[in-house]
Every structure is written in C-alpha cells, then in structure tokens.
Ligand binder design. Structure first.
Ligand SMILES: Nc1ncnc2c1ncn2[C@H]1C[C@H](O)[C@@H](COP(=O)(O)OP(=O)(O)OP(=O)(O)O)O1
Ligand SMILES: Nc1nc2c(ncn2[C@@H]2O[C@H](COP(=O)(O)OP(=O)(O)O)[C@@H](O)[C@H]2O)c(=O)[nH]1
Length: 226
C-alpha cells in the first residue's frame, strides 16, 4: 500500500479552512474531516458525545479536550486506510499532544489572515446548518439568495459571527492556538500562508501538496465526509 498522507489545517474562524479543505479534498482525494461538522452530526444523531458537546457549543465554549480527543481519535481509527486533512482539530495544545501520540503528521497548513479581512468575511458568512455548507454573499453566494444550493433549505448566520462577538472570539482563538502553532513549527512541519484572498493562497498550497502527496492516491479515496 502507498504511504498515507496526514495533514492539519489551522487558522482563526473565517480564515478559509473549510473553503481550502474542500479544494484539497477535491483536488487530492483526501478525506476532509471538520471537527465542527462532525460535532454537528453527533449532536443531530444524539450520540453520547453529541449530547455532551451540545451544552458547551450552545454557550459558545470549546468542547472539553477529553471529549473532543475521544470523539476525533475514534473517528480517525476508522480511517486508518485513508489519507486525511483535519480542520478544526486540534484546537488546543492538549489535543495536539494526543493527536501526536497517535499519528505522525506530514504537513500542517497555517492560515494567517488579517483581522479586518476575517471580520469582513464572517459578517457575510451564511451556513446551511444541517450539512455545514458555507457561503459568502460576495465570494461564493448561493444560487438563490438565502437558500442552500443542494437541499433548498434556508441558510442561517452564526450568532457568534456577529461583529460584536467577533473580536473577543478571535483574540481567544489566538491565545489557544499559539502553543499549537509553536509545537508544529518546532517539529518542522508548519507551512504558514498569509494573504487576504483564498484564491491567491490556493496555488501555493496546491503546489506544496503536489510535492508531498503520493501520486497514486486513487479515486477510491475521493470520498468526502459531508
Ligand atoms: N477541536 C475542538 N475543540 C473544542 N471545541 C471544538 C473543536 N472544534 C469545534 N469545537 C466547538 C467550538 C465551536 O463552538 C463549535 C463549532 O465549531 P466550528 O464549526 O469549528 O466553528 P467555529 O465558529 O468555532 O470556527 P470556524 O469559523 O473556524 O469554523 O464546536
Ligand atoms: N471575500 C472572500 N471570502 C472568502 C474567501 N475565502 C473564504 N471566504 C468566505 O469567508 C468565510 C469563511 O470561510 P471558511 O472557509 O468558512 O473559514 P473557516 O472558518 O476558517 O473554516 C466563508 O463565508 C467563505 O465563503 C476569500 O478569499 N474572499
């Protein structure tokens, strides 16, 4: 079997992790696992972890590390034959350490996007809650205003994407993420990308991954988690 490829994408809310992960999944045939989407699936299915996580997410808090690591590692253990890209996990140093002890990562992509750009993007972000599909009224609008392209269901805005909640949320993200970024930098696998536009960052990420991903990753892996 060819060597599997394991990657993580880091960045503050609005930095484009979900958008870029979709492109990576489509172009390179990796599985994209988003912690936020996976939590929402667990909440909808009322699993034990989902019921527990809901109480934290409703308060706008992070899900405790032990709940999150158990949930994500058990999902990753089902994906041992696949290459993957994680988005939203690990979020804390404790989570990163647990992930490290279970898997060896090949690449960590870190998105470094100016604060003003993040605020502007999140103001225009609309999501389809059931699937986690993300739109932006300027960058990638839905075909019909306010409606999900696939299901036809209404789109909503996250409460915590409102400008008043944003600055505190982004500051908190930075404090928690710094030791995670430092850990991956020290391991020599961190690749940082800075720009205001996803379309300008994407060619660099694409060429980085082209040099790292085994070329025989087949179409069989072109399965997305959502
Ligand atoms: N790795 C994690 N550790 C702890 N809590 C998490 C983790 N991933 C997600 N959560 C929680 C925090 C959020 O309240 C909720 C939804 O996550 P997510 O969809 O990533 O949205 P978000 O608004 O925090 O970030 P983003 O805008 O980057 O997607 O789930
Ligand atoms: N204007 C603009 N919006 C973008 C760009 N890249 C992503 N977005 C939008 O910005 C919002 C945040 O992107 P998302 O991928 O959800 O980021 P995440 O929170 O890091 O997962 C979404 O509404 C995207 O559609 C970009 O280059 N320009």
């Amino acid at each position: 079997m060819s060597k599997l490829f394991r990657a993580v994408i880091l960045g503050p809310p609005g930095s484009g992790k979900g958008t870029i992960s979709e492109r990576v999944a489509n172009s390179f045939g990796l599985k994209h696992l988003s912690s936020g989407d996976f939590l929402r699936e667990n909440i909808a299915a009322k699993t034990e972890a989902g019921v527990l996580a809901k109480t934290y997410i409703e308060k706008g808090a992070l899900v405790p590390d032990h709940v999150m690591t158990r949930l994500m590692l058990s999902r990753l253990e089902e994906m041992t034959r696949h290459s993957w890209l994680l988005d939203g996990f690990p979020r804390t140093l404790a989570q990163a350490k647990v992930l490290n002890s279970a898997f060896e990562l090949d690449v960590v992509i870190s998105l470094n996007i100016p604060l003003e750009t993040l605020k502007e993007r999140l103001r225009h972000r609309w999501i389809h809650p059931a699937s986690g599909r993300v739109y932006n009224m300027c960058f990638n609008p839905p075909r019909v205003q306010g409606v999900d392209d696939i299901s036809g269901e209404p789109l909503i805005q996250h409460e915590d994407d409102r400008p008043e909640a944003l600055v505190a949320r982004l500051r908190h993200y930075k404090d928690v993420a710094k030791p995670v970024i430092d850990l991956y930098r020290a391991k020599g696998i961190l690749h940082m990308f800075s720009d205001t536009e996803t379309d300008r960052i994407w060619p660099y990420i694409s060429s980085l991954l082209s040099t790292k991903i085994p070329t025989d990753l087949g179409d069989a892996q072109r399965v997305r988690t959502h």
